[in-house]
Design a protein around this ligand. Sequence first.
Ligand code: ASP
Ligand code: MG
Length: 438
Amino acid sequence: MKVMKFGGTSVGTPERMKHVAQLISDGEQNIVVLSAMSGTTNTLIEIADYLYKKNPEGANETINALESKYRTHVANLLSTPEMKQKTLDFIREEFNYLRSFTKGIFTMFEEKIIVGQGEILSTNMVTNYLQEQGANVCMLPALDYMRTDKNGEPDLEYIRLKLTDLLAANPGHQIYITQGFICRNAYGEVDNLQRGGSDYTASLIGAAVDASEIQIWTDIDGMHNNDPRIVDHTSPIAHLHFEEAAELGYFGAKILHPTCIQPAKYAGIPVKLLNTMDPSAPGTVISNETEAGKIKAVAAKDNITAINITSSRMLLAYGFLRKVFEIFETYKTSIDMICTSEVGVSVTIDNKAHLAAIVNELKKFGMVRIDEDMCIICVVGDLCWQNVGFESAATEALRDIPVRMISYGGSDHNISFLVSASDKNRALQSLSDHLFKD
Ligand code: ASP
Ligand code: MG
């Protein structure tokens, strides 16, 4: 059994939904996770916002406009009068449910219900379309099995048990459709896995049913080895280790959030990033396999500030770093890169909200210097320390670029360089030219 997840743009129009229906009817047994049609979750959040602001007219108008869009979608998606009517009735019921929230009190609890309706709508439409096409399809309501624990973390044991039961109670179907994003919390209330959470849903289901693979379908052909908006000649990466994907996710490759693939990683299930516009393209496979010695990608993180603290008191002293880090902790500011010498330490942050206060406190410990408008450039691959040559290949590429910090050794998969934001494009291009020549 494999898991196939389609994001908002992949189900964004009736035509795209029909295309998705084709892709999932591949003769294999699939659990299909769908997002809301693109734009819908944002509109639902807008509706909730009107209700928070005690403006039921604003909410009602937005609901009406959204409903009329969905009625048109249904008319374009389905062809038999019976299935059209059945789906329109469902849409009517759903939107009446939304309207019911404009009357009573409005809290976070109601908001959670509202923002989750997009997935209920899209899954219902695709299921009905598949039924109309004669597919052997079954709906698995996410609210019946997807659950978080008291810490707000997915409760994998619960999910595994419930989903196994649900599949056993509905055996023999070719396609199982379910909602991404939505879940219940530890108290059984409707909740969600945060914006973009459908990827998380797919990964959790994959781990729960021990799927053969998890496919994440978007409209790009996998992760690229550099930023295609900036660099000429980037190409999709055929294969990434989970750790490499996590590094890239953090450093700006927006395609997959690192926490979303965690369950798949622990369960050792490969995650494939595929393109609905070009379904036969190989895409990117993320797994626990390493390609020895290979540099995979370059990524950048913008809006970085470097802070340098030098103090002769650090010389041969212990406890100095703790004092420095405690200041960042007090101001809830996370540190990205660190470099130390015997008399100083440089760190980078991407959240400047408390910069002045942090600097003020750091001055108790030494001389403080700030460099703003910086950019972290990271090179990702199998960079195990016994491998030779990758450090020189990367630094050779940056030979003409002033480098403020270099960090290696935090993981076997990343070497990071801090450069001026104004040198970012040049650095990315040069790294691509040197590292991915062939
Ligand atoms: N529909 C939700 C969102 O827009 C979840 C998702 O698309 O993954 O954030
Ligand atoms: Mg999305």
